[in-house]
Design a protein around this ligand. Structure first.
Ligand SMILES: *Cc1c(COP(=O)(O)O)cnc(C)c1O
Length: 375
């Protein structure tokens, strides 16, 4: 909609980041993950997912996720094909018993609420709406499932995860697609923490992973026992059974697991989740401090407590964000665009663990340089 050709601006090499990928998913993939893929080419890629090499790979991912998130022994790591969006449908069949509550404060949280609203076997969900850039607050209600979003990738707002006090047997299901690996949380506040691997884990899309508490496993089994209709490909009890055997119901993307496995190893070798959170905190503090300082920029999320450490949104004033993004792209810095449907004059920057904090500093220098040239 904006100007057809961006002005030719060449950013000095000294200001450029070491890697120009700042997309919120798919996100930057580290070189070592690609190396792992090449190494797997000889013995894992192109081989049966029902044989030991691939089963061991899935087992290693499960084991390392247990470690990264310090999961209690009775938690389970469950896999399925289709990504987080497919998990919403699986949850509408196999986690929500009768009625759910959804905190909606952006595009992704609203899509899960829609899935529950459309499911003919469920009651009308309770939906608590809040404006983009803020977070929605729990309203205690007679529901069996509370649905939260740890980080709203569309707006850059992140919510604290706290278990509602009632009803006592309600489960807490958290969309952690972009938060997982870059934000802290406590297993005592959550029953299901699900995500796709193409965001904080720098792998590829098309797979969902759900970390499940014993209460969640009990819910899955309890609904399965009612024989309520559920497509087999979306059946969480089938996914659970397969995952326990280091399998998926149907053929998984093996390369996705290879790159995820390498990322988990890298995170754990460097100090685990604490280290990852230090990195995302360092990156995001720089971004938000910079945006607060500059006259042409401001953090979109007003309340500092809800500013995401992993996906930063910055409103731009007096300059066209599309022009800034186009110039960045011309210089090899990509995917800093605002979430389309939000329709704001905004930059959005991913600060997942793979992104070097020094590259966030370089990125802001690049933006300063472009704005200087445009002034
Ligand atoms: C990206 C994203 C999704 C959708 O993930 P897919 O893997 O594309 O299905 C869902 N929720 C959140 C919070 C996301 O960031």
């Amino acid at each position: 909609m904006s100007n057809p050709a961006p002005p030719k601006i060449s950013i000095p090499a000294a200001l450029l980041p070491s890697d120009g990928r700042f997309g919120s998913g798919p996100s930057k993939i580290r070189d070592a993950q690609i190396d792992a893929l090449v190494a797997a080419g000889k013995n894992i890629l192109g081989t049966s997912h029902r044989q030991a090499p691939v089963k061991n790979l899935l087992g290693s991912v499960r084991e390392q996720l247990h470690q990264l998130f310090s999961l209690p022994n009775n938690w389970e790591v469950v896999f399925g094909n289709g990504g987080a969006s497919m998990f919403w449908d699986a949850a509408a069949f196999g986690l929500i018993d009768k009625r759910s509550e959804h905190l909606v404060f952006g595009e992704f949280s609203s899509k899960f609420a829609d899935a529950a609203r459309k499911a003919p076997h469920l009651q009308e969900p309770v939906v608590v709406d809040a404006a983009p850039g803020t977070i929605a607050e729990v309203e205690l209600a007679d529901v069996d499932t509370y649905c939260f979003t740890h980080n709203e990738t569309s707006t850059g707002a992140a919510m604290p995860l706290v278990r509602p006090t009632t009803p006592q047997d309600a489960i807490v299901v958290v969309d952690a697609t972009s938060a997982a690996g870059g934000m802290a949380w406590s297993t005592s506040e959550v029953d299901v923490y699900y995500f796709s691997p193409q965001k904080g884990f720098g792998s590829e899309g098309g797979t969902w992973i759900a970390l499940c508490s014993p209460r969640a496993v009990q819910r899955i089994n309890q609904i399965a026992a009612t024989k309520r209709w559920c497509p087999t490909s979306l059946d969480l009890s089938v996914a659970l059974e397969n995952s326990r055997a280091n399998q998926t119901y149907n053929t998984p993307s093996i390369s996705t697991f290879v790159m995820l496995n390498n990322q988990l190893k890298w995170m754990l070798e460097n100090g685990g989740l604490d280290w990852c959170v230090q990195r995302t905190t360092q990156s995001s503090q720089h971004l938000y401090n910079w945006a607060t300082r500059q006259s042409f920029a401001a953090p979109f999320v007003h309340n500092p407590a809800y500013r995401s450490p992993v996906v930063g949104t910055v409103d731009i004033d007096g300059f066209d964000a599309n022009t800034i993004n186009a110039v960045l792209r011309d210089n090899g810095i990509v995917d800093t665009d605002s979430y389309r449907k939000l329709g704001r004059n905004q930059l959005r920057v991913s600060m997942f663990p793979s992104v070097e904090p020094t590259d966030i500093q370089q990125l802001t220098k690049c933006i300063d340089y472009i704005v200087e040239q445009l002034s």
